[in-house]
Design a protein around this ligand. Structure first.
Ligand code: ARG
Length: 459
């Protein structure tokens, strides 16, 4: 491609060191689509004839078919997907092919291809996020009666519905989707026409190109356009945080599936056995996902480090953007898919969650609130219930088995109705502020999510 100035072939070692075709081949569809749009602009500007445009288009379609049919010979000597396609096109159609790269550089070409690739992938990831949300909502909906201790510090705190716990993850995933939608808007700007860094003396209709490629706008600074990888960093961050959420869900599922909790049973299809211990059923999917979150973080860090300190404009360092991007996208997509499947098939053991939720200490705060309603300042009520707790632990008697007299020894305001506190249904119903886990609220949230997921629109 640049043989004019050079007297020696690129060393084989350098070819292998610098090639990106082994991974950027996956941009072929976007590269071809971008090239056809570019050729259209070349024709509109009178650089190529209508006939040449037709030849280019036909040649590129042929190449696409060959790639998809597995017949295309990718050459490491041609470095990347852009030069592999362009060179094959010229082999196929001759002179017209050699005109395609007029007023274009691989710098604006790769910026275009990656943006189009990211648009497609964000669309897919948004729908995968929605599928996992649907699975979580479905399990929540199917287990309306499952009560579970809510934890802080992994210590039992207050009772919640298991559905409420699941819906917390639906919220997290919704924010993840929101971040990807934001990134989509910012990256949806067309960079072709920026050339190597300063546009071209051959001026093409950039709006025409943008329209053909469904971009609502064109980039406004050619130097920025060829060196900007912010959109990749944004996606990598969004996926890293999605990884955080999946990793936390993983940890919950690993705990829940343990004999100590036994809140859920995972399907055989989503667990593995032990090669040594015959009784084992291991939550490997969750563990792998927790583990793979490391590479999602690593990919973000890798790109940020690559970008830091680069002089303007394009530098070959930027080729290092693709492997982290592709890896995070592949990893996140697989994790979302396998999680949707695993969660949908997970059996909730309402008997076990219910037994754990029988712990009367979960209602300690309710006793304090009761005292507040009888006129005792909260700080004082807190101390009273603290002392009741100490007594309960010392005597080995649970709150519901305290007599009214025994309650009264701690505060005179206790009345007969104190015993009505120890009813989980009442305790849950009482938590009816917006966002709190009363059964009516949770049912409303399930309905809201179902409606939201049914009417989901993908950009
Ligand atoms: N494979 C290159 C990349 O991914 C394409 C751009 C190459 N541009 C250049 N001036 N060498 O970044």
């Amino acid at each position: 491609m640049w043989k004019g100035r050079f007297q020696k072939e690129t060393s084989g070692l350098v070819q292998r060191y610098g090639e990106s075709i082994s991974y950027d081949w996956r941009l072929y569809r976007h590269d071809i689509r971008g090239s056809i749009a570019h050729a259209t602009a070349l024709e509109a500007a009178g650089i190529i004839t209508k006939k040449e445009l037709r030849e280019i288009t036909r040649g590129l379609h042929e190449i696409q078919n060959e790639i998809e049919g597995g017949q295309f010979q990718f050459k490491v000597s041609l470095e990347d997907i852009h030069m592999n396609i362009e060179s094959t096109l010229t082999e196929k159609i001759g002179a017209a092919g050699a005109k395609l790269h007029t007023a274009r550089s691989r710098n604006d070409q790769v910026a275009l291809d990656v943006r189009m690739y990211c648009r497609d992938e964000i669309r897919q990831i948004l729908s995968l996020i929605a599928q996992l949300q649907e699975a979580l909502v479905m399990v929540a909906d199917a287990n309306p009666g499952a009560v579970v201790p809510g934890y802080t510090h992994l210590q039992r705190g207050q009772p919640v519905l298991f559905a409420h716990h699941l819906l917390a993850y639906v919220e997290m995933l919704e924010r993840d989707a929101g971040r990807l939608r934001d990134a989509f808007v910012r990256l949806n700007v067309m960079p072709l026409g920026s050339g190597a860094l300063a546009g071209s003396t051959i001026v093409l209709d950039r709006k025409l190109v943008a329209e053909q490629l469904d971009f609502p706008a064109v980039t406004q600074n050619s130097m920025d356009a060829v060196s900007d990888r912010d959109f990749i960093a944004e996606i990598l961050f969004a996926l890293a945080l999605t990884g955080t959420h999946l990793s936390r869900l993983s940890e919950d599922i690993i705990l829940w599936a343990s004999a100590e909790f036994a809140f859920v049973e995972l399907s055989d299809a989503h667990t593995t056995g032990s090669s040594l211990m015959p009784q084992k059923k291991n939550p490997d999917v969750a563990e792998l996902t927790r583990g793979k979150t490391g590479r999602l973080y690593g990919n973000l860090m890798s790109l940020l480090t690559t970008l830091k300190g680069l002089p303007m404009t394009y530098n070959r360092d930027l080729q290092e953007d693709k492997e982290p991007l592709f890896d995070s996208i592949d990893t996140a997509k697989m994790a979302l898919q396998v999680f949707a499947e695993m969660v949908a098939a997970m059996r909730v053991r309402a008997d076990k969650t219910g037994a754990a939720a029988q712990d009367a200490f979960l209602l300690a705060t309710d006793i304090a609130d009761y005292l507040v309603l009888k006129g005792i300042p909260f700080r004082q009520a807190h101390e009273i219930v603290g002392k009741l707790t100490a007594e309960s632990l010392e005597r080995g008697v649970a709150f519901p088995d305290f007599t009214l007299e025994e309650f009264r020894q701690h505060a005179a305001v206790f009345e007969e109705d104190v015993h009505s506190l120890f009813d989980l249904e009442r305790a849950l119903k009482a938590r009816r502020a917006t966002g709190a886990p009363s059964p009516a609220n949770v049912a409303r949230q399930i309905k809201r999510w179902k409606r939201h997921l049914e009417t989901l629109s993908i950009p």
